[in-house]
Structures are given as C-alpha cells and as structure tokens.
Design a protein around this ligand. Structure first.
Ligand SMILES: [Zn+2]
Length: 322
C-alpha cells in the first residue's frame, strides 16, 4: 500500500477562521462533521470531500488526488498543492514560495520526471527525490514536523458546495495545462506529456461521470451570451444546446474529447452518429475537428469556400430536412 495522500499546505492559519480560508481559496465550504486529525490524514480522501486542519501556524487540507490540478496558490503566503501516490508511483508538486517569489511545478511518475517548470527548490539541488521533497515541504510550510502534530487534535470533514463548477474548472484547467505544455518545447518529449495526463486522469477519474455541459453551462439551451463566449456569432442561433441536447450534463469523456464550441455537434446530427462521436469514435472525431476548422476559417476570414465545404460535410451527417 504505502502513502496515498493529496492536498494543500498553506503557511497561514487564517486565524482559524473558515470564512477567511473560503475567501482565499475561493471555495464555498460546508463542514460535515468534526473528526480527529488521525482520521483526517488517512489514505485516500473520499470523492468530493476534503479534510481540514488549522494548526497554530498553518492550514492543512487533504483532498482527492484529482484536485491537484486546481493548482491553488495564495497571493499572500507560501503554499503547496501536492499529490503523493505510492500506489501509482506518481508524485506531483505545485509549490509557490512567496517570500522568495518563485514557483515550482514538478510531476514525477515511476521514477521519471515528466515535467518540471519554474525555479529549482533547494532540496532538488541536494539531489532529493520528488516524494521526499513533498514530505520535506509539508514540514517546512507547517512550521513543524508533520509527525509531531497531535493525532487526537480536532479537524473537520468538509465538502465544497460548488462541486459541479469545480469539476468543470478541473477539466478546463487540465485543458489549459495540456495546451501550455504542448506550447512549451522545454517540457521534454511530447509522448511524456500524453502519458502524464493519462496518469493524472487515471488517478481517480471515471470518464463516464458527468459534468455540467460546457457549452450551455448547464442551462440546456444557449443564448446570445453563450454564443458570444463560444465565438460562434454569425453561425449559431439561440436555442436547444446541441452539446448536451438539453440534458444539461455530459460525460467527462465528451467534455474532454470535444470542444464546447465544436461546429460539428449540431442538434440535427443523426442520433447514431452523435452516440458514436461522443463515445470517442476516431474517424468521427477527425471529421468533427475538420468541420470545426472549416467553420472557424469562415468566421475568422469570411472564407466562403470553407463555408460551402462546412455545409456540405455537415449535411452528410445530419437528419435530412422533410
Ligand atoms: Zn448544453
């Protein structure tokens, strides 16, 4: 087994005031019950829940591994988000040193460093491994050894109230991270990046779980504001959301493989085609991407050829008009 924890350490205890912590994290927190630190720090935090402990100097939070991508960092104090998974041999650090004004992001999997960004943490210079650095930084940020915290001290089992938006955030941030890494050639071989995200995604994520529809943001229909946000003026009209077909939610998988504004996903799409597409059919995904590029080329450059090709291609996959 080994240690499997993920969480956040902040060098500030917010005067043990939940409201102040909420403001800093931008989370809405509901306390479910009081527990002991012993229970709070046990392996694997349940889905959608986290545990919280204010010490005399710091704040310690344990949360589900997938939350690591939220990359919290305080503007006022030093902090670290981390994931430590002995089971999958994956160790992630997102560290922000406020005093010395630098940040560090490290992902290590199965003994290999898959991604490093920012300034070196002194412990790295000493040759320390990522898993050991995590434990060391936890002690540093706490201002006392983790092992010395009294196990019977009171902690809280909590949940974030805006869970769906948080999960949507998670996926969007994951997308941003992916793009950021692909743009930066210093991040090692691209194959690593792909593996890396499989690693993170597989930590806990079940891709059949549902998230709020990223196109209509859970309304079931799109309005002028959505169309503006999605950059589809002159192409779309307000009405039923074709991304979720009014269901308001979609699978995590769909939200990962199809952009919210993909122009192929129209409400006239033949139902079996839609089903195959959102299930990840490679050929259809290629078509969806191509169709979307045609639409964008038309919208950005007023390219009429693209518009014609767009309409022609789409027609083949749509339910014919009566
Ligand atoms: Zn929708």
């Amino acid at each position: 087994m080994g240690l499997n924890i993920a969480g956040l350490v902040i060098t500030d205890n917010f005067e043990k005031n939940l409201k102040k912590l909420e403001d800093d994290l931008r989370w809405d927190i509901e306390i479910i019950e009081e527990i002991t630190f012993e229970d709070a720090s046990s392996n694997w935090t349940p889905k959608e829940e986290f545990t919280l402990l204010f010490t005399d100097k710091a704040t310690l939070i344990f949360y589900p591994h997938k939350w690591i991508t939220e990359c919290y960092s305080s503007v006022k104090v030093s902090s670290m988000s981390y994931a430590y998974s002995a089971t999958s041999m994956t160790f992630i650090i997102s560290y922000r040193n406020h005093e010395e004004n630098y940040g560090r992001y490290i992902i290590s999997s199965e003994g290999k460093t898959q991604l490093v960004q920012g300034n070196e943490i002194p412990y790295e210079k000493e040759g320390m491994q990522v898993d050991a650095i995590i434990l060391k930084l936890i002690d540093d940020l706490l201002g006392e050894p983790f092992d010395k915290i009294d196990r019977s001290v009171k902690a809280y089992r909590c949940k974030k109230l805006n869970v769906s938006t948080t999960r949507l955030d998670y996926i969007q941030r994951l997308e941003i991270e992916k793009n950021r890494m692909q743009l930066n050639p210093n991040n090692g071989e691209s194959g690593h990046t792909t593996n890396l995200f499989h690693t993170i995604e597989n930590l806990e994520l079940d891709d059949r779980e549902e998230v709020l529809c990223p196109r209509c943001l859970g309304k079931g229909y799109i309005d002028a504001e959505d169309i503006e946000r999605l950059n589809r003026k002159r192409a779309w009209e307000a009405g039923l959301c074709a991304y979720c077909m009014g269901k308001q939610k979609v699978s995590i998988k769909q939200s990962q493989i199809l952009k919210a504004n993909n122009g192929f996903l129209s409400s006239n799409l033949i139902p079996t085609v839609r089903e195959k597409l959102v299930d990840g059919d490679k050929e259809l995904l290629k078509t969806a991407q191509k169709v979307n590029e045609l639409l964008e080329n038309y919208l950005e450059n007023y390219n009429v050829d693209s518009l014609i090709q767009y309409v022609d291609t789409l027609e083949k996959y749509e339910v014919p008009d009566e």
